[in-house]
Ligand binder design. Structure first.
Ligand code: DOR
Ligand code: ZN
Ligand code: ZN
Length: 447
C-alpha cells in the first residue's frame, strides 16, 4: 500500500512519553506510528529533523468574530492565527453580530466558516429564546452552549434561577457541555453603577467592578441550581482561588464539572496593570498574585482541566479610551498560548504531559472529540510540529490575527510552531499558511 505521506524523524509525544518515531498518514488519519523502517511507501516523505511533534492542539475558547465584527477578526485571519499557534481545532464563541443563538444564525455562520477556515472549527451557540429550540440547534451541530452570566447576550434570562434550571434540564439529554462565563450580572452591574456614579474611570475601578466575589457568586449559583441535573458544565477562564475550590469540591461529588484557565490569568497579574495599561483590560480581570498562585496550583494538581486562550481580538483603537468603561475587553491569544506554556516546560515547572493534557487531551475528552487529542493510529492526523529549542521573542506585529497587539509582545519564549497538519494536510509551514481557505472542517462532539 502507498499512503499519502510519512513524517520521519519525529520526537513525538505518545501516551506520556517523547518517542523517536515516524508517522504515516492516509486519508486524513494516522495510519501508523513506528520506526522508519516499518513505514509503508508514501507519496510524500517529510523529514522533521527531530522536531517535537504534539497531538494537534485544541483551543476551546476563541472569538473568531467575522460577520458584523469582521473588522476585528474573521475566519480566515482567526484560523490562520490558530494554525500559526499550533492549534488544529478551535471552538468559536457565539457573542457575534448577529449572536449565534438559533438554527438560522448557526447555519449561516457554519456555511461561512466552511468556506473560510484553515483549521477545524467547532461552533458554540448561545442559549436560544425558547428551550424548545435547543434540540434543533444541537442537531444542526454545535460543540456546546455558551452561557454568559455577566450580561444578557443570548435568549435565556440569566437573572432567573428557574429559567436557567429549565434550560439545563432540556440540555441534559442532549449531552453537549454548557460553557460558562461566570460573572454575576446583578452584582457586577451594581458595582459598576456605583463606580460610574463616583466618576471612577481607572483600571482599578474595572477590577473592583469585576471583583472576585462576582465570579464566585456566579459559580456557586450555577453549581447549586444544576445540582440535581445531569449536565456537563465547563467553567471558562476561572480566575480565583475560591472559584477553583468550589469547582473541585463539585467534582469530588461526581458531577461533570470542569474548568479552564487562560494564559493571561497565569502569566499576568493585577500588578502588571501599570505596565500594560488598558491593553490588559479583560473579563474576568487580572487578579492579585495570591490568586495567580492558586491558579498555578490548580494547573499543577490537575483541578484545572484545560487552558483556553480566550482569544479576544479587537481593533487597536478599541483598546484605548478616556474611560475604562469604554475599553473593549480581551486580548488575542492564539499565537502566544503554546510558546508561553512550553517555556514553562523548559523551566521544568510543567511537564509535556501536563501541557498536552491541558491543550489537547482534556478539551477533546470534555467536548467529545473522539478522534482528536492524541497521536494514535486511527485518530485524525491533526499534528502540531514545534521547535522546542527555538528561543524567540513574541512579535505581535507579525501575528496572523488582525489584532496585532499583545501583553506578551517582546517576551522571550521557547517552542515555535513550525508545521501544523489538519486532517493530514499541511496548513502552516515555517511562518506561512500553505493551504487553501476552507481546508478545515466543522467539528462536533460525540457522547
Ligand atoms: O475579555 C473578554 N473578551 N471577556 C469576555 O467575556 C468577552 C470577550 C470578547 O468577546 O471580547
Ligand atoms: Zn468569557
Ligand atoms: Zn471569551
Amino acid at each position: 500500500m502507498i499512503v499519502d505521506s510519512v513524517l520521519i524523524n519525529a520526537k513525538a509525544y505518545l501516551k506520556g512519553q517523547i518517542v523517536d518515531c515516524s508517522i504515516a498518514i492516509e486519508e486524513g488519519k494516522i495510519h501508523k506510528i513506528g520506526k522508519e523502517t516499518q513505514m509503508p511507501s508514501a507519496d510524500e516523505k517529510t523529514n522533521l529533523h527531530n522536531l517535537l511533534v504534539l497531538p494537534g492542539l485544541i483551543d476551546e475558547h476563541v472569538h473568531l468574530r467575522d460577520e458584523g465584527k469582521a473588522y476585528k477578526e474573521d475566519f480566515v485571519s482567526g484560523t490562520s492565527a490558530s494554525a500559526a499557534g499550533g492549534f488544529t481545532t478551535v471552538f468559536d464563541m457565539p457573542n457575534n453580530e448577529p449572536v449565534t443563538m438559533s438554527v438560522a444564525t448557526l447555519r449561516d455562520r457554519m456555511a461561512l466558516a466552511a468556506r473560510r477556515t484553515f483549521v477545524n472549527v467547532g461552533l458554540y451557540s448561545e442559549f436560544p429564546r425558547k428551550v424548545s429550540e435547543l434540540q434543533d440547534i444541537v442537531s444542526e451541530g454545535v460543540v456546546g452552549f455558551k452561557l454568559f452570566m455577566g450580561s444578557q447576550i443570548g435568549g435565556l434570562n440569566v437573572d432567573e434561577d428557574e429559567a436557567l434550571q429549565d434550560a439545563f434540564k432540556e440540555v441534559s439529554p442532549l449531552k453537549v457541555p454548557v460553557a460558562v462565563h461566570a460573572e454575576d450580572k446583578t452584582l457586577l452591574y451594581a458595582n459598576e453603577e456605583k463606580l460610574r456614579l463616583a466618576k471612577k474611570v481607572s483600571l482599578q475601578a474595572f477590577e473592583q467592578a469585576h471583583s472576585e466575589e462576582v465570579e464566585l457568586k456566579a459559580i456557586e449559583r450555577l453549581i447549586k441550581i444544576s445540582a440535581s441535573i445531569d449536565i456537563r458544565m465547563h467553567f471558562c477562564h476561572v480566575s480565583t482561588a475560591k472559584g477553583v475550590e468550589v469547582i473541585s469540591e463539585a467534582k469530588k461529588t461526581g458531577r461533570k464539572v470542569t474548568c479552564e484557565v487562560t494564559p493571561n490569568h497565569l502569566f499576568l497579574s493585577a500588578s502588571d496593570l501599570g505596565r500594560y495599561g488598558q491593553l490588559v483590560i479583560m473579563a474576568p480581570p487580572l487578579r492579585n498574585k495570591d490568586q495567580v498562585k492558586a491558579l498555578w496550583k490548580g494547573v499543577e494538581e490537575g483541578t484545572i482541566d484545560t487552558v483556553g486562550s480566550d482569544h479576544a481580538p479587537h481593533a487597536a483603537n478599541e483598546k484605548v479610551a478616556s474611560s475604562v468603561w469604554d475599553v473593549k475587553v480581551g486580548v488575542p491569544g492564539l499565537e502566544t498560548t503554546l510558546p508561553l506554556m512550553l517555556t514553562e516546560v523548559k523551566k521544568n515547572r510543567l511537564s509535556f504531559a501536563q501541557v498536552v493534557g491541558l491543550l489537547a487531551e482534556k478539551p477533546a475528552e470534555i467536548f467529545g472529540l473522539k478522534d482528536c487529542g492524541q497521536l494514535e493510529q486511527g485518530k485524525n492526523a491533526d499534528i502540531s510540529v514545534v521547535d522546542f529549542n527555538k528561543k524567540f521573542k513574541v512579535d505581535a506585529s507579525k501575528f496572523k490575527s488582525k489584532a496585532k497587539f499583545s501583553p506578551y509582545d517582546g517576551w522571550e519564549v521557547v517552542g515555535k510552531p513550525v508545521k501544523t497538519y489538519v486532517n493530514g494536510n499541511l496548513v502552516f509551514d515555517d511562518g506561512e499558511i500553505v493551504a487553501k481557505a476552507g481546508s478545515g472542517s466543522i467539528v462536533r462532539g460525540e457522547f
